[in-house]
Design a protein around this ligand. Sequence first.
Ligand SMILES: [Zn+2]
Length: 407
Amino acid sequence: MKNFPRSEDSLSISRDLMQDFNTRAVISLLYNGEPMPRTKIASKTGLAPATISNITSRLMSSGLIVEAGVGKSTGGRKPTLLDINEKFGYVMAVKIEARRVITGLYDLRTNKIAGGVTQLEPEPVVETVLEVIKSDYETYLKKGDILGVGVGVSGLISDEGAIIYTPILEWSNVSLADDLLSGKRVPVVVDNDVNALTLAEGWLGAGRSYDDFLCITVGEGIGAGLMIDGALHRGALGGAGEIGHITLDPNGPVCRCGENGCLEALASDYFLRNEIEKLNLKPATIDHLADLAKKNEASATEVFRKMGRNLGLGIKNLVNTLNPEAVLLGGERLSEANYFMPEMKQEVLNHSFPEEARELKIVRTELGKEGWLIGAALLSIRNFLNLPLHHKVKNPAPRQGIGKKTT
Ligand SMILES: [Zn+2]
């Protein structure tokens, strides 16, 4: 295995700087907010102007922050605005699926620089997937420094980024982050793919004004990301939100997992394919079923309506348990949401407390398919900048102990 080469100079300088708590406060403010003058950075962080001047000049010489135009004058000369240099370096984002590996190169503001998709043979082994990622990494490296790699994959992922189990690939106990690192020169962050999507929607998409929301993905499987009080809830083994196999009907159809009446057996692509078989559709594809639903063909619309009711039933259990402000719908079947979302909404609202139902927003995710990769990129970016993933938009806790004024 090859090590990931990287130029060390400017990157290591800024990494040392970021170990400084005050420096991190400045970076956090600029990354999460608008470009601003030094005076505003001082007032927002509570740090002395001299401290800010010191920190910003160090960050500017490392290249991590840059001047970004001038602000409004408050009497004197117009102040220079500072911002994070989005082109300081890139991160590589990876989504591992059952049959393909999708990668992308992003700048620090998640603007996409490049991307690629590699199809895999069925049941790929770990080494094959690692080789694909490394090969894309080498290609992206030609475009500039890569500060880190973020990976999203379905399944149980430990806090350290090891894959405990992934049902789509049937891998167990794979230390992907360590194997990808091999030379320990570029940080690799691995998380559950739905968690990555939930983060992306929370920071940049439909969840950005909520502290408490669920991000439900519907496609080959059904998953949920749980943003609770501004933080992603992972559970003891990173398995929180694996809702596909909650039992909706003990006498229901057999699921892929062997149990009866799981949510996935009643509302995922697996369900749609079973219904397509019953209808004897030719061609037997979900696209064809959707075409028929578009033409208002009764048996096809009823399949989607049934899917919506079942999905709604599963979601209302989560809503009653967690009382979120919003439910975001995402995943591959979002493209057919017109046909099942009304029934899904109705089912959730019918079975929730009226007060809860009145307040609850049920909306579509906004970042589309790209959201998965943007989430993986954000994992890596925030790791590099040493910023928390925590996403609290309302009543954020007061800043504590950032530092005292020195003048
Ligand atoms: Zn199941």
